[in-house]
Design a protein around this ligand. Structure first.
Ligand code: N7H
Length: 471
């Protein structure tokens, strides 16, 4: 069994019981100025503040403010740790050096993330921002001038009925892989995978024997700005022209087909023409599908090469191709997400001018035991490739599917995406190239999600934190 007393809370359980996305969470990025003092304080005063997975699982043991800590490669090196042992080249290189691979424009990065100056991050979550600020002040007074603040990002749930929805308006945090030996119950449609996909050295980690005993998991952080009024204007300007739908409904359908779920969270594969909030709210049904088999015209219908119900390019089909690929390939690329929105609601002036003037977006956080198979693969191969979702089975290639319409990027330039229009179903990939497809591409002229940078972090076990302090 997993030693949940020795695993920081965020990876498996989140920062709050059942509520990871609904409460404020602060990401506080720092540099280490005085390694010796930092290590002394880490062992004596910070370690007792770190929230374990077991503590977060019960309301009786949850702290007022949950605290997690993770280090970048340069942070571990500054503390005297040999990071080659971790066996992850992406981690060692740092996210800034990989902007080319992951399709980011480094000129758009927040200067805080440019380079390798961030040594670590504290994650703090509580019921209120005041509690978070009190705990942060406590941590800062413990660590004094041994650290310096480099950047902070305050995440929070959106208000009222938008709680749990990201800034474009879509319910987030519905689909996560199940971790063998931890997730209970496993819900219909959840794929159980070994803990070694997320936790270094656990069962299923291919490098199980060679990773250090204090190894735990990698955290990929990204500050992803969302241009919400511009996104809304795009939907308004391009309603799908489907019989019996009003222009408003046509716009809503286009948004849903770009994501793969309606704003409620209902998967379009199960309910392709209209939202179904009851289905969306039912955890036993809202994830229970794969793209291989459809329910019509008869139950069990082969659907492999069809995108009438869900475009090949839809965000959730790109990042989790449920049944489109062999499970041995597909499962390799699972991540656990614990992202949270940041920034205020769209103002009336922004909505009226269709122009973003206030920063808002997603504080994206994902956990994996291998960054190359996890975030980097998803972003560079499935999300940003124009045709890769169709390279199955071997030999059938459609180069016109396009990038992920939500987060895919071609350097900020126009993106041609086919399959968004359900009236052009592409029943067979063999017939899905050439003139017909090109005519019906939807062209998205700009990116509505703009990466402002991030970093790769390593989140040690609690024992590992003690070892780092002693390094
Ligand atoms: Fe995505 N969105 O609102 O459109 N994402 N995502 N994501 N995402 C998901 O199923 C969104 C981003 C994944 O198992 C949902 O939980 C936005 C990155 C994965 O079916 C919605 C941004 C990466 C899944 C969004 C963003 C991923 C997923 C449906 C950026 C990886 C699970 C809710 C601003 C590199 C897919 C749900 C599955 C789901 C949105 C970023 C990956 C609504 C706005 C960068 C693996």
């Amino acid at each position: 069994p997993l030693d949940i007393d020795n695993i920081q809370s965020d990876i498996l359980a989140g920062m709050h019981k059942n509520k990871a996305r609904d409460l404020p969470e602060l990401f506080f990025f720092f540099g280490v100025k005085d390694a010796a003092t930092f290590k002394t304080k880490l062992a004596a005063d910070i370690l007792p503040l770190i929230t374990t997975t077991r503590e977060i699982l019960s309301v009786d043991t949850q702290p007022l403010t949950a605290v997690n800590i993770a280090f970048s490669n340069t942070g571990l090196v500054a503390l005297g740790v040999d990071t080659d042992d971790l066996g992850d080249d992406d981690f060692v290189a740092g996210q800034f050096s990989e902007t080319g691979t992951i399709g980011d424009n480094p000129a758009l990065w927040d200067p805080a993330f440019a380079g390798t100056g961030i040594h670590g991050v504290f994650l703090l979550a509580s019921d209120t921002v005041d509690n978070i600020n009190t705990e942060l002040a406590n941590i800062q007074s413990i660590l004094g001038s041994s650290i310096t603040e480099i950047h902070r990002l305050q995440g929070a749930a959106r208000p009222g009925a938008e709680e749990g929805h990201e800034h474009f308006g879509f319910m987030d945090g519905i689909s996560q892989p199940a971790v063998n030996g931890f997730t209970n119950p496993v819900l219909p449609g959840q794929t159980p995978v070994d803990p070694g996909f997320f936790l270094l050295g656990e069962a299923g980690d291919p490098s199980q024997d060679s990773r250090p005993s204090w190894g735990r998991r990698f955290l990929v952080f990204r500050q992803l700005q969302q241009l919400v009024p511009e996104f809304n204007q795009f939907l308004t300007d391009h309603p799908l022209d489907v019989k019996e739908l009003t222009p408003e409904q046509g716009s809503e359908l286009l948004g849903a087909r770009m994501v793969g779920r309606w704003k409620s969270g209902a998967p379009i594969f199960l309910t392709p023409t209209a939202d179904d909030p009851v289905l969306a709210a039912d955890p036993t049904r809202n994830n229970d599908f794969n793209y291989l088999i459809a329910s019509d015209p008869a139950p069990g219908t082969e659907n492999h090469f069809n995108q009438t119900r869900c475009p090949f390019s839809a965000h959730i089909r790109k990042v989790h191709p449920r049944g489109d690929l062999d499970p041995s390939v597909e499962n390799l690329h699972f991540i656990i997400r614990s992202s949270i929105p940041y920034g205020p609601e769209v103002t009336a002036a922004e909505a009226a001018s269709n122009t973003t003037t206030v920063a808002r977006g997603l504080a994206f956080a994902s956990h994996q035991a291998n960054i190359s198979n996890g975030f980097v693969f998803l972003q560079s191969i499935w999300i940003n490739s124009v045709g890769s979702r169709c390279r199955f089975p071997t030999g059938k290639v459609d180069p016109t599917i396009g990038v992920d319409p939500i987060i895919g990027t071609l350097g900020g330039g126009p993106k041609n995406i086919s399959g968004l229009d359900p009236l052009v179903p592409c029943p067979d990939i063999d017939h899905c190239d050439g003139q017909l497809d090109v005519v019906h591409d939807v062209v998205i002229q700009r990116d509505f999600v703009v990466s402002q940078g991030g970093e790769y972090f390593f989140s040690p076990s609690l024992t590992g934190l003690g070892d780092i302090a002693a390094a």
